[in-house]
Write a protein that binds this ligand. Sequence first.
Ligand SMILES: *[C@@H]1O[C@H](CO)[C@@H](O)[C@H](O)[C@H]1NC(C)=O
Ligand SMILES: *[C@@H]1O[C@H](CO)[C@@H](O)[C@H](O)[C@H]1NC(C)=O
Ligand SMILES: *[C@@H]1O[C@H](CO)[C@@H](O)[C@H](O)[C@H]1NC(C)=O
Ligand SMILES: *[C@@H]1O[C@H](CO)[C@@H](O)[C@H](O)[C@H]1NC(C)=O
Ligand SMILES: *[C@@H]1O[C@H](CO)[C@@H](O)[C@H](O)[C@H]1NC(C)=O
Length: 328
Amino acid sequence: MLRPATFAVVLAGLSSFITTAAAGPLSSPKRGLVFTPNATTRADDGIWTRKPTSLTWYYNYNPSPEPTYAGIAQSDFEFVPMLWGAPQKLDDTSFLTTVRSLIKDKGVNITNVLSFNEPDGPYNYGGSNMDPATAAQVWVKNLVPLQEMGVRVGLPACTGAPSGLPWLQNFLTECSKLISTGGKTRNCTYDFVTIHWYGSFDGLASHMGEYSAAFPNKTMWITEYNLNNQDLATTQAFYNITADYFDRLEFVERYSLFGAFRSDVSNVGPNAAMLSANGQLTDIGAWYMGRQATGIDPSEGASLGFRSVTPHGALAVLSALLAVAALC
Ligand SMILES: *[C@@H]1O[C@H](CO)[C@@H](O)[C@H](O)[C@H]1NC(C)=O
Ligand SMILES: *[C@@H]1O[C@H](CO)[C@@H](O)[C@H](O)[C@H]1NC(C)=O
Ligand SMILES: *[C@@H]1O[C@H](CO)[C@@H](O)[C@H](O)[C@H]1NC(C)=O
Ligand SMILES: *[C@@H]1O[C@H](CO)[C@@H](O)[C@H](O)[C@H]1NC(C)=O
Ligand SMILES: *[C@@H]1O[C@H](CO)[C@@H](O)[C@H](O)[C@H]1NC(C)=O
C-alpha cells in the first residue's frame, strides 16, 4: 500500500492528475452497492446484480443480507454486515449473535464488517448520533468478539465534517480504556478506515489525505460519496475522476457510490442518481456497473414539473448542509 509520504506526493500532483484523467475506467473489483431500496420500486433491486456487472460486494446498513440477493454466493457478491448504531440497551449483543450465526450456522463467508453509520451526525440527517464512549461500549461487546474470530472490521464511518476525526480519536481512546483491564494497556484495533464524502473531488482528496495522516498504514473504504446537486456534466466528470482515483490508489480497498436509486427520490440531487425517474440506468449508473453509457437522462420518465434545478438560495444552503452533515 502507499505510505503517507507517497500520498502527499499524490496530493501534490493533484492538479495535473485532474487535467490528465480521461474517461473513468469501466470495470473495477473495488466497486460495491450501497443498497437503499424503495418499497414502491422493488423490481429495481435486480438491476444491480444483472450481468454484466462490475459490482462485487454490497451493504445495506443492516446485520443480515437482503433476501433478494440470498441466492448469490459471497464470492460473487459479498455481503458486508453493518452495525449501524447503538442498540436500545448498551449490553445488547444481537449484532454479534446475528453475524456469528450467519458464519457458524448458515455457512456465509463473512470476512468484513462495517461499523457505525455517521455517529457524529444527527438522526435527522441519517446519522447514528452516538457519543464516542457509548460507541466504544457497543464496539467492545459486538465487534471485538468478531475480530477474535478473524473478521475484519472497519473504523466507524463518520461524516465528512470536521467533527469526524476528533470523534474517531475519542472513540479509540474510550475503546482502549474499556479493554485495558488488570493494569494491562491494550488498544482497540481495526482493519481499515471508512470514509463518507459529499462535495468536490478536491475536497474528497484532501479529506482522504487527513485520514491517511491520522491513521497511517490503514487501507480505506469510501462507503458513501457523491457530488450532490450539480449539473449533469459536472456530476459525470466527478464520477469519472473519483472512480479513476480510487482505482489507481492501492490503499483504497473498496468504494461504493451513494446513488443506487431513482433520480426523482434522490436526496443528493437528480443528476447524482444511477437510475432515471423511470428506473433505467443513467450513464453514471451504467459506467459504475462496468458498461457503456446508456445516454439516458436522469430526468427521463419524471412526472409533474420535475426540476433538476433548485432555487439558488435553497441550493446553497442545502449543499452547505450536505457537505458537512450526514446523509444515509
Ligand atoms: C466519463 O467516462 C466515460 C467513459 O467511461 C466517457 O465516455 C465520458 O466522456 C466521460 N465524461 C467526462 C465528463 O469525463
Ligand atoms: C419511494 O418512492 C416513492 C415514489 O416515488 C416516493 O414518494 C418516496 O419518497 C420514496 N421513498 C424514499 C424513502 O425515498
Ligand atoms: C472466504 O472469503 C475470503 C475472502 O474473499 C477467502 O479468502 C476465503 O477463501 C473464503 N473462504 C471460504 C471457505 O470460501
Ligand atoms: C496504543 O496506541 C498508542 C497511540 O497510538 C501508542 O502510543 C501505544 O504504544 C499503543 N499501545 C499498545 C499497547 O499498543
Ligand atoms: C507502516 O508500514 C511500514 C512497512 O509496512 C512500516 O515500516 C512503518 O513503521 C509503518 N508505519 C506506522 C506508522 O505504523
